[in-house]
Design a protein around this ligand. Structure first.
Ligand SMILES: [Zn+2]
Length: 289
């Protein structure tokens, strides 16, 4: 069974879809492709930093607030196209070592077989040509991001096997799987730009780029997608995540002349491709399909 090429992005929390993949989602939607975002957790343990937001008032209903925010963000990203959305149904896992990290309803504590089965169902229903998720470190070490990586990679494998989760639909082999990546060189460059301008760096106060505990070595990047036409849309979609964006956050204050350098490209590591691999860095997630 085949389907028109579609993009499925599997993320941990509402807002991650914009930060890591807002450009490719907007681009795929603008190209009229099938696009879906699967968000593994409700984000209810995230920080509340939105302007004028009261912690005590918002905290008990943060999951609802963030569900609204992601609906708004996706309606901005999709433009005249369409982006489907689904929550996988787990609670936010908080950070390692905190009480919330031991909540049996959270994603980190989830039964792996069950969680993979849920994602297999989504993959078999949507039948993506391209799946995107995080790398094994979850980009920066958040337990929900690490778990999203594990569950997605296993689910992509299992979805193609008839003997696995037979109740979850007909097998579907995803031809291409990508992991989001922030090239080390870009992080070092951006970090320096912020320092030079006396702005707080989003990566911490590191002066030695090698000390920054995130970023993918440039020579591992396989794919670099130009999303320059979608910069504004991506920024607007980010702003829709009101509870997550502090007025003084760098996302709200990227100077205009840094916008293109910061938001203009999204990078990925190709985890696998069944439709060939071009020489050099490719510029499209859908190349070869
Ligand atoms: Zn996240």
């Amino acid at each position: 069974m085949s389907a028109a090429p579609g993009l499925l992005a599997i993320h941990a929390h509402p807002d991650d879809e914009v930060i890591g993949t807002g450009g490719v989602l907007a681009r795929a939607a603008a190209e009229g492709r099938r696009v879906k975002v699967l968000t593994c957790t409700d984000g209810k343990r995230g920080e509340i930093v939105g302007e004028g937001m009261d912690e005590e008032e918002i905290r008990p209903r943060l999951a609802e607030v963030r569900a609204e925010e992601i609906a708004n963000a996706l309606s901005i990203l999709e433009g005249p196209g369409s982006i489907e959305h689904e929550f996988l149904g787990y609670a936010d896992s908080d950070m390692m070592g905190r009480d919330g990290n031991y909540d049996p309803a959270n994603f980190w504590q989830a039964d792996m077989h069950e969680a993979v089965g849920k994602v297999v169902r989504v993959i078999r229903e949507f039948r993506p040509s391209v799946v995107v998720t995080y790398d094994a470190f979850g980009g920066y070490g958040h337990p929900d991001h690490i778990q999203a990586h594990r569950v997605t990679v296993l689910a992509c494998e299992a979805a193609g096997m008839k003997v696995m989760y037979p109740e979850a639909g007909a097998p579907w082999r995803t031809p291409k799987l990508y992991l989001t990546a922030f090239p080390k060189s870009r992080i070092a460059e951006a970090n320096q730009m912020f320092i030079d301008r006396g702005l707080p760096s989003p990566f911490g106060e590191y002066t030695d780029p090698d000390e920054i505990p995130m970023g993918t070595p440039d020579d591992l990047i396989t794919t670099r997608v130009d999303v320059t036409p979608h910069i504004e849309v991506k920024r607007d979609a980010l702003h829709a995540h009101v509870s997550q964006i502090a007025p003084d956050s760098f996302f709200m204050n990227v100077p205009d002349d840094m916008m293109e350098g910061f938001y203009g490209h999204e990078s990925f590591v190709r985890r696998w491709s069944e439709v060939g691999t071009p020489d050099g860095v490719e510029d499209d997630l859908f190349a070869g399909l």
